[in-house]
Design a protein around this ligand. Structure first.
Ligand SMILES: [Zn+2]
Length: 203
């Protein structure tokens, strides 16, 4: 581990949002991301009920931004993603939108890790399907997502973050746009996880 990374542990007198206990352990992990800057990942963990929560903070001032990443090869799965709890994620080819909600947390992951989180949610939907037609759509989504994970289908990841605390760390196939005040106003809508179970868009 390089010198500029480290873990600081301390116990604060704050209450757990889940059980009310004040035994909260806070881990702060400072990372330096090349070409990007310093990122603070804070993990809150309740010692009594194990409630866990992460958030990311970028230590340099960032503007509200939209990141658009075009992926098409398996190597793109390794691209590093910092997603703050305030951000909205869209994967248009899969017709999936993830909005910030009360349980949204900050994660430091890569494209593959993000897709696997989406897959977990789709698997959950698969277990609780409401009709055979819906089940069919869910299975189609899963197959599409598996193809994405194997580099067989190109896709786009869009992250919109009014706090500027998100980032996609790559120099290739990435477009970064500033969000307009109007766009920021319209960001925080919808359910936390939205999946369109209509027909898939064929290329
Ligand atoms: Zn607790």
């Amino acid at each position: 581990m390089p010198d500029n990374e480290g873990i600081i542990e301390s116990t604060f007198k704050i209450n757990c949002p889940a059980c009310g206990s004040n035994e909260i352990l806070i881990n702060k992990h400072l990372s330096e991301v090349p070409y990007y800057g310093k990122i603070l990942l804070i993990t809150f963990k309740c010692e009594r009920c194990r409630y866990k929560f992460n958030e990311t903070y970028i230590l340099d001032e960032k503007a509200p931004q939209r990141y658009i990443l075009k992926c098409g090869e398996t190597k793109d799965l390794n691209i590093r993603i910092i997603k703050s709890g305030n951000s909205t994620v869209h994967i248009p080819e899969l017709e999936i939108d993830i909005y910030p909600g009360p349980d949204s947390e900050g994660i430091i992951t890569n494209v593959e890790g993000l897709l696997n989180r989406v897959k977990d949610v789709i698997m959950l939907l698969k277990r609780n399907y409401k009709s055979l037609e819906e089940l069919e759509r869910i299975i189609e989504k899963l197959e599409f997502l598996n193809d994405m994970l194997e580099g067989k289908r190109p896709f786009t990841i869009i992250i919109e973050d009014p706090s500027g605390n998100s980032a996609i760390i790559t120099k290739e196939n990435l477009t970064i746009e500033n969000l307009t005040p109007e766009e920021i106003k319209n960001l925080d809508t919808g359910n936390q996880f939205s999946i369109d179970l209509g027909d898939l868009v064929e290329e």
